[in-house]
Write a new protein. Structure first.
Length: 259
């Protein structure tokens, strides 16, 4: 028979809570404060890293890359005289003036879908010269684009740069026509002095051309882009109005001027 002392000891042992491992032990307030301070410090570091990385991601990337279709565009204009903003023989009997905006999607459709045929049919054969007058109609990035184009014109490559931008055009005022795009477009034109082109964007020569084109656009009643004028070289030109004509429509107007 179990003695009363043994029974009492057994009841005390049963009432005593079991020993718990250190994994399940509750931390003291002092330990909790230290841990929280550590977590707060880590959180502050993470926030700082995020802010710094976000700032870097928003910086302008001016790394130059060769744009798609650069070879196609170089071939398109190869062998055709360029001087400033004029493409074709200076003595061509017919003239086409085009007011364009490098952000304009209708201009893009016209320049990439209609003008290659017109260039091969009339410009390359010496019948037509094209005078480009880029204007900043849509937004601030249009100004960046036309200044780059006019700077390329100082090296007789305005049409190459404009076509490169049209082939790689993004949405209107979508930020695609940034500094990186301007640098890449300049880099993609064979034989161009890229640094000289970039520096020339802020030159007096380019500024004077932008002022002249804006004045001419007002005089010609330009209300949208593209706006085209066609006629005999040296004579008054006829406006075809705003919008992109088809190959057939523009060919008919040029044939009338040549007639």
């Amino acid at each position: 028979m179990t003695s009363g002392k043994q029974a009492r000891r057994r009841r005390q042992d049963e009432a005593r809570p079991p020993v718990r491992s250190t994994e399940g032990r509750r931390a003291s307030p002092r330990v909790l404060l230290i841990a929280l301070a550590g977590f707060a410090g880590l959180a502050a570091v993470l926030v700082l890293v995020f802010v710094l990385s976000s700032g870097n991601s928003g910086s302008t990337d001016t790394t130059a890359t060769t744009l798609p279709d650069a070879n196609v565009i170089a071939k398109q204009f190869n062998g055709i005289p360029q001087k400033g903003n004029v493409l074709g023989k200076a003595s061509a009997p017919a003239t086409l003036v085009e007011y364009v905006d490098l952000q304009c999607p209708v201009c893009r459709e016209f320049e990439t879908g209609v003008m290659p045929t017109i260039i091969d049919r009339y410009v390359r054969t010496g019948k037509l010269k094209v005078e480009a007058r880029p204007i900043a109609f849509i937004g601030p990035d249009s100004e960046r684009g036309r200044r780059a184009a006019l700077a390329a014109g100082l090296q007789n490559r305005l049409f190459n740069l404009m076509q490169l931008l049209y082939f790689n055009q993004g949405p209107e005022n979508g930020g695609w026509l940034n500094e990186s795009m301007a640098v890449s477009a300049a880099t993609s034109i064979p034989g161009v002095d890229v640094q000289a082109l970039l520096d020339a964007r802020n030159s007096d020569a380019v500024a004077n051309e932008t002022t002249a084109f804006d004045r001419q656009a007002r005089a010609d009643g330009v209300a949208g882009t593209p706006t085209l004028l066609v006629g005999k070289s040296g004579a008054a030109l006829t406006s075809l109005g705003a919008g992109a004509p088809t190959v057939a429509q523009l060919s008919a107007a040029i044939d009338r001027a040549l007639g």
